[in-house]
Design a protein around this ligand. Structure first.
Ligand code: G4P
Length: 302
């Protein structure tokens, strides 16, 4: 299953981010904790350059604890802090605030020593569609969401959201798109719901997900759907049918309602009901994962 997604606006988006970067002190880059590599545009490092950065592993309520640690180690650098966040509950947001202060401490101290009382750090949020940018911004800003308005000479027409006396966010996040150089990137984005299902063959996608889970997370899949005796080499479509049968996705005549089974499996996976699962680890960057079978192209424009 080869999923493609042709954005078309990448050049424009990059230009906008480059302009916005001039206005901020730090960048807060959101990644999906379940697929930190696939939810990241590989050009982001060259776009952001040496600007200080916080990498937010968002949706960490659904990712795997051990994998989280590996990704934190992988991304952490002198100028980059990595923080696990759940933007729905707000878990981890305090750490984001603390990290933004810490990253800028040296600069703010320097300004203070020169008699300038600057306390506020300005940040730009960036990330691919659906990674949770709006949810993150709204939760961070909370009820106190306030736009501080134009600032003469510096940010004409730019709106800032005041999070606290110490942090302001540019109100329009920078949108990047993932790159589909590797077939699994499209698959993982589709599995996690980052690509609209309407453009995908849902049964094929869910079959692939069932096969992938059986291969890499058999314990989770078997426990969720009470699959005791099962041939690990079972065809993915057959596996999906079996899952459908177990869940009573049956149409009159005893046939499996495969469409319903597909939607159910995808929903449950995306809702974290099959367990806390991270689909890729830093080790996959050097050891390519085996490609799933079949071909189906899809396009999505943003
Ligand atoms: P975007 O601005 O980057 O495009 O993303 P947005 O905030 O709209 O979030 C996309 C979906 O992800 C939303 O689900 C949102 O509730 C969910 N989400 C964001 N952050 C988290 C998180 O930390 N944990 C969990 N579990 N979910 C999160 P949605 O409204 O249901 O949209 P959809 O999933 O139906 O597309």
């Amino acid at each position: 299953m080869n999923i493609q997604w042709y954005p078309g606006h990448m050049v424009k988006a990059k230009r906008k981010i480059q302009e916005d970067l001039k206005l901020v002190d730090i960048v807060i880059e959101l990644l999906d904790a379940r697929i930190p590599m696939s939810s990241r545009n590989p050009e982001v490092d060259s776009i952001v350059g040496s600007k200080k950065r916080i990498i937010v592993l968002n949706k960490s309520d659904m990712s795997d604890l051990a994998a989280n640690k590996q990704w934190i180690n992988y991304f952490s650098k002198e100028n980059t802090r990595v923080i696990l966040v759940n933007s729905i509950t707000g878990n981890g947001l305090k750490d984001v605030l603390a990290a933004s202060k810490l990253l800028m401490k040296e600069k703010l101290d320097k300004l203070k020593s020169k008699g300038m009382l600057v306390k506020t750090v300005r940040a730009l949020i960036i990330g691919i569609p659906n990674v949770g940018k709006s949810t993150f911004i709204n939760k961070l800003a909370g009820r106190g969401i306030a736009q501080t308005g134009d600032r003469p000479g510096v940010t004409r027409s730019k709106q800032w959201i005041k999070v606290s006396p110490e942090l302001e966010l540019l109100d329009t996040p920078g949108i990047l798109w993932p790159k589909f150089e590797d077939e699994r990137v499209g698959m993982y984005l589709a599995f996690t719901g980052a690509i609209r299902d309407e453009i995908l063959d849902i049964v094929e996608l869910a079959s692939n997900l069932a096969g992938h889970l059986m291969k890499h997370f058999p314990g989770n899949l078997k426990a969720r759907y009470k699959l005791e005796e099962i041939d690990p080499a079972m065809e993915p479509l057959e596996l999906l049918k079996l899952i459908g049968r177990k869940r009573g996705c049956i149409i009159s005549g005893g046939e499996i309602d495969i469409q319903r089974a597909a939607v159910m499996l995808l929903d449950e996976f995306r809702g974290g009901k099959i367990g806390n699962i991270t689909l890729e680890t830093p080790a996959d960057l050097v050891q390519p994962v085996e490609q799933p079978q079949g071909q189906a192209d899809a396009e999505q424009t943003e």
